[in-house]
Design a protein around this ligand. Structure first.
Ligand code: KG4
Ligand code: ZN
Length: 331
């Protein structure tokens, strides 16, 4: 079965063709980062307009690169939410129209479930059950994944998402948007010798809070008048170490609470190799194996949408014409 996947929830317009649930025939991502970079973050109205411009060329390219004809597509999967409403509407409306015109089934995919499915697209995918973290610009959620359709939310951030904290600290240090990759790179050049707070909340909670850390970094930058590249690197390394520490602690606690020997990480922040490496080392000592998708599948992409949608279509979990997009998470 060949599924066309479409993603437009934030600042990437993406299309992909996936065969038999997990074989990626093509995956095209058109990033708008260069445009939003100028404003220090994603401007929703601009994002919607750029999705409108990109959607048809991106879908065309995905179909061409897959080497298939339109007639070979058996179903369409598009992100329905959560995300920016205007941005979601472009991809979802396109998918609705495409499916309607060609009389194909349409799956309305939850973007967070799709991030979890990026793990199933790996060459060596994790078995289930799995403790997994979706860590991106908008979410920091820990799930217990019992089966490919059962996602139990164990914990989430009570304020900022981890990726959002990376972006905000990057802005404070004048390093630009998106912050994650720049901070990771800069952090490699310094040692994390500033002790920023680690908020672990209540003992049995798997929730996160990053706003205290963010404020502590802001205060430090202001009070110590941080401006030289060397000092910025120390702040970046110390901030990143605090985030990695908290994410790792909660993930290992969650795995131990459920007696689960596997942890997955996905979403934009999971591209951070310092994080993945540190988590592997820590989890390894506890006999827990860590799974992280390759960089091309960490950030927003449509292959993960098609993968999740394939299972929905197989199970008859389909969208009807009246279904609309949603901005806030539902799982
Ligand atoms: O999953 P994603 O592409 O989009 C959302 O669904 O939000 O995640 C984007 C987020 C941004 O906040 C970005 O700064 C962060 O992922 N990110 C990183 C890295 N690469 C991207 N954070 C830390 N380290 C990275 N290497
Ligand atoms: Zn995402």
């Amino acid at each position: 079965m060949i599924i066309l996947g479409i993603e437009s929830s934030c600042d990437e317009t993406a299309a992909a063709v996936v065969e038999d649930r997990t074989r990626i025939l093509s995956s095209v991502v058109a990033s708008q980062v260069d445009v939003h970079h100028r404003y220090g973050g994603v401007v929703p109205e601009l994002a919607s307009r750029m999705h409108v411009e990109a959607i048809i060329p991106v879908v065309d390219e995905a179909i061409q690169k897959a080497g298939i004809s339109l007639d070979q597509i058996n179903g369409v999967a598009a992100t329905r939410g959560p995300g920016l409403i205007g941005a979601l509407l472009v991809g979802f409306s396109f998918a609705k129209a495409f499916a309607h015109a060609r009389n194909l089934p349409l799956a309305g995919v939850n973007h967070l479930e799709a991030h979890i499915y990026s793990l199933f697209l790996m060459d060596d995918p994790p078995a289930l059950p799995l403790i997994t973290l979706v860590v991106s610009g908008g979410h920091t959620n820990i799930y217990y994944v019992a089966s490919k359709t059962q996602f139990e939310l164990m914990g989430q951030t009570r304020d900022d998402a981890a990726g959002e904290a990376f972006d905000k600290v990057s802005k404070m240090l004048d390093l630009g948007y998106p912050g994650g990759p720049v901070i990771e790179k800069l952090a490699r050049t310094a040692s994390p010798n500033i002790q920023f707070p680690r908020s672990l909340l209540e003992k049995n909670s798997f929730d996160f809070s990053f706003s205290g850390l963010k404020s502590a970094v802001a205060r430090f930058i202001h009070e110590q008048k941080i401006s030289s590249p060397k000092d910025k690197a120390r702040v970046a390394a110390s901030f990143q170490a605090a985030v990695i520490d908290v994410l790792g602690t909660k993930l290992i606690q969650a795995a131990q609470a459920r007696n689960c020997p596997r942890i997955g990480i996905s979403g934009g922040v999971s591209a951070n190799q310092t994080f993945a490496q540190a988590l592997r080392e820590r989890a390894g000592k506890e006999g827990i194996r860590v799974f992280a998708p390759p960089a091309s599948l960490c950030g927003d992409n449509a292959a993960m949408i098609a993968a999740r949608g394939s299972v929905m279509i197989e199970q008859g979990d389909l969208c009807i014409h009246e279904h609309d997009v949603f901005s806030r998470n539902k799982i």
